[in-house]
Unconditional design. Structure first.
Length: 307
């Protein structure tokens, strides 16, 4: 059995840790309230932008755009993945879930370029042997639309230069304070199959939802897209704006998810610390009682020996 001194030292150490986790929980709670508001405001625009532009591109047929044509059509596809994690740990499985999602997606490491946003994802994916491009760690301190434009420009430049052929976005979707869902979203180029695979991103419109329940085809325009002005000029304007909007929406969602995950992790840590403090308190009292009993026994034995 541990001595009273050891138990007391351990209890004091855990009490100090509990005070730190409580403070971190409060800080995360305040940050979450701000990030949650931004995420809720941007989410409808984020989902509608993805739904509209991805549907448009999938129905456009064989359009010509530098953003949609592979540089090497005969060889393997070169993939770019924008991975959004945090700069700090102590957020439960927030960062590891994204890393597992990307690593388990079946990408060929030799033909995959990672655009890391956040130090934790950068460090983990570097250890796994992925090729990294860009340094966007400071973005997660306070995501702004200008940061999304900077990331988007780096990715679109690589698309134009033929460094990558397709683009994915890995981020954590914010559902509520206790639920955050890691997502891997294909944002360029698009086929009808890609739309079906990513159909769980946003809510269906009322017409589409009712049609889905009846088993019918959704209503709306199903014809090949027509462009005015020319398709290349239109797409070269729309696609960078579309990509920047999706990246910004993902940054805002990830920021809220990070603070929600950290608040939950710190709350669990505080609860565990309090349980350990209670357990150590019982152990300390038992050890103290045993020491008192032993002293009384020694006194009684000494008195008996004198008599």
């Amino acid at each position: 059995m541990a001595s009273m001194r050891d138990i007391k030292r351990r209890r004091e150490s855990i009490t100090s840790t509990s005070q730190i986790t409580k403070a971190m929980k409060l800080v995360s709670t305040v940050k979450l309230q701000k990030a949650k508001g931004r995420a809720e405001e941007s989410k409808p625009y984020f989902e509608k932008m993805y739904e509209t532009v991805s549907s448009m591109l999938a129905k456009s047929g064989n359009v010509h755009s530098v953003f949609l044509e592979a540089s090497n059509k005969e060889g393997p596809k070169k993939t770019g993945v924008i991975v959004i994690t945090s700069n700090r740990g102590l957020a439960g499985g927030y960062n590891s879930n994204i890393v597992k999602l990307v690593n388990g997606a079946g990408f060929d490491k030799e033909n995959t370029t990672i655009y890391p946003v956040g130090k934790k994802g950068l460090e983990a994916l570097r250890r796994l042997g992925y090729k990294l491009s860009g340094d966007f760690n400071e973005v997660m301190n306070k995501p702004l639309f200008g940061d999304a434009v900077s990331i988007g420009k780096t990715v679109t430049d690589d698309l134009v230069e033929g460094e990558i052929d397709e683009v994915y976005l890995a981020y954590t979707e914010f559902k509520n304070t206790v639920t955050q869902i890691p997502r891997l979203l294909k944002i360029l180029p698009f086929t009808e199959e890609d739309l079906e695979n990513n159909s769980d991103l946003g809510d269906l419109s009322s017409d589409e939802e009712s049609a889905a329940k009846k088993g019918d085809e959704p209503k709306g325009a199903q014809a090949i897209m027509n462009y005015e002005p020319e398709e290349e000029e239109t797409l070269n304007y729309i696609i960078p704006m579309y990509m920047n909007s999706l990246i910004f929406g993902a940054l805002v969602e990830a920021s809220a998810s990070e603070n929600g995950a950290r608040m939950q992790a710190m709350d669990n840590a505080t609860s565990n610390a309090e349980e350990m403090i209670d357990t150590l308190g019982l152990q300390y009292n038992r050890a103290r009682q045993a020491a008192i009993t032993q002293e009384l026994t020694e006194i009684v034995a000494g008195a008996a020996a004198i008599e």
